[in-house]
Design a binder for this molecule. Structure first.
Ligand SMILES: C[S@@+](CC[C@H](N)C(=O)[O-])C[C@H]1O[C@@H](n2cnc3c(N)ncnc32)[C@H](O)[C@@H]1O
Length: 294
C-alpha cells in the first residue's frame, strides 16, 4: 500500500512531512520523489540498523529516536507545524528476518525483541522476572490468548529450573499449549504480546497520535498503517471519536470535539497482488485522516 499511503499525504511540493517509521526507507523515498526542492522530510526510526538504509538527500533529516519524541525533535529543527505525517507501525522485514533480534518464530535467537538497543527490557527479562499475574494480563491483553493462565503456569514451571534465554526455549514451552492445529497463529500471538510489552507499543502510539494532532496544520494529513487489532482500535477510536476508549469527545455544551475527518471511511487493505508479493501485509490496515482545526 506504498502508493495509497503516500497519495494519502497529498504532498505539497514545498511542504514539511514526517515519516516516523523509516525502516527500509520505502515510504520516505516515495515522499522525497514527490517533494520539490524546498520540501522537507523528517524521518524517525529507533532501530540503529536502519542507518545503512538512509538515503543521502539534503531535504531529509534522519532522527534515530523513538517517535514518542516527535515534538521535541521537530522543535529542535525549528519546526512548529507540519503538512503530513506517516506511520507504518510495527516490525520491519529486516527485524523479522535477522534471528539475533529475537522477533521471529522461524529462527532461533536470543529472546530479545527490542526495536532499540537502548531499551533496558528484553522479552527474556519479562518471561523470567514478571509475576504470574502480570504475565497472564500481558498474554490476555496483548496476545488475545485464551489459555493465558495455562501458558503462564508452564512458563513459571520452566523458569524455576532454568531461565529462558532463546526464542526456542519459549517456543518449546508454548508449543505444549497450542489449541488444535493453530501452531503458527498461537506462537505469533505469544510473540506479539511480548513484543508489545518490550517496546511499549501501545503507549508510544498514543503519545504519537496526541502529538501528531498538535503539530499538524489544519488540512494536514495523517496516514497510519497498523498490523494488529489493538493498535488499529486505538487509531480508529482516536480519529473517529477523539478518544482512545472510543467515547465521543464533547465540550461543556455537548458539542462534538473532533480534530480529524476520516478520508478513508473503512480502512484500506492490501490487494491480492500485494499479498502475493508480501504475505506479511495480510493484517495491514491503512487509515487516512485530515486535521480539521488549528
Ligand atoms: C514496518 S517498518 C517501516 C517500513 C518502512 N515504511 C519502509 O517503507 O521500509 C516499521 C519501522 O518502524 C520502526 N519503529 C517502530 N516503532 C517505533 C517507534 N516507537 N519509534 C521509532 N521507530 C519505530 C521500526 O524500528 C521499524 O524499522
Amino acid at each position: 500500500m506504498l502508493n495509497e499511503s503516500v497519495d494519502g499525504l497529498e504532498i505539497k511540493k514545498d511542504g514539511v512531512y514526517v515519516d516516523v517509521t523509516y525502516g527500509g526507507g520505502g515510504h520516505s523515498k516515495e515522499i522525497l520523489k514527490r517533494l520539490g526542492e524546498k520540501g522537507r522530510l523528517i524521518a524517525f526510526d529507533q532501530d540503529a540498523d536502519v542507518e545503512g538504509n538512509v538515503v543521502k538527500d539534503e531535504r531529509l533529516v534522519m532522527v534515530p529516536q523513538n517517535f514518542k519524541y516527535l515534538k521535541n525533535y521537530l522543535k529542535m529543527y525549528g519546526i512548529t507545524q507540519i503538512d503530513g505525517l506517516l506511520a507504518d507501525l510495527g516490525v520491519s522485514s529486516h527485524q523479522f528476518d535477522v534471528g539475533e533480534r529475537g522477533f521471529s518464530i522461524r529462527f532461533d535467537g536470543p529472546l530479545d525483541m527490542r526495536m532499540s538497543k537502548s531499551n533496558l527490557i528484553t522479552a527474556a527479562k519479562i518471561v523470567n522476572e514478571y509475576s504470574e499475574e502480570d504475565l497472564v494480563r500481558l498474554f490476555r491483553e496483548y496476545g488475545e490468548i485464551n489459555n493465558a493462565k495455562k501458558l503462564v503456569f508452564e512458563i513459571v514451571s520452566k523458569r524455576m529450573g532454568s531461565k529462558f534465554k532463546t526464542t526456542t526455549d519459549l517456543i518449546e514451552v508454548a508449543e505444549k499449549l497450542v489449541p488444535g492445529k493453530m501452531k503458527n497463529k498461537y506462537l505469533a500471538q505469544v510473540f506479539q504480546a511480548l513484543r508489545i510489552e518490550v517496546n511499549s507499543e501501545l503507549d508510544v502510539l498514543k503519545e504519537l497520535l496526541i502529538q501528531a494532532k498538535e503539530v499538524l496544520k489544519p488540512s494536514g494529513r495523517l496516514v497510519v498503517i497498523t498490523y494488529h487489532s489493538l493498535e488499529d482500535r486505538l487509531v480508529k477510536n482516536f480519529l473517529k471519536k477523539g478518544s482512545f476508549s472510543g467515547e465521543l469527545e464533547k465540550d461543556f455544551f455537548g458539542n462534538q470535539l473532533l480534530d480529524f475527518k476520516l478520508i478513508t471511511r473503512k480502512p484500506l487493505t492490501p490487494s491480492n497482488e500485494e499479498l502475493q508479493l508480501n504475505n506479511r501485509a495480510r493484517s495491514a490496515k491503512l487509515r487516512i485522516a485530515e486535521k480539521l482545526r488549528g
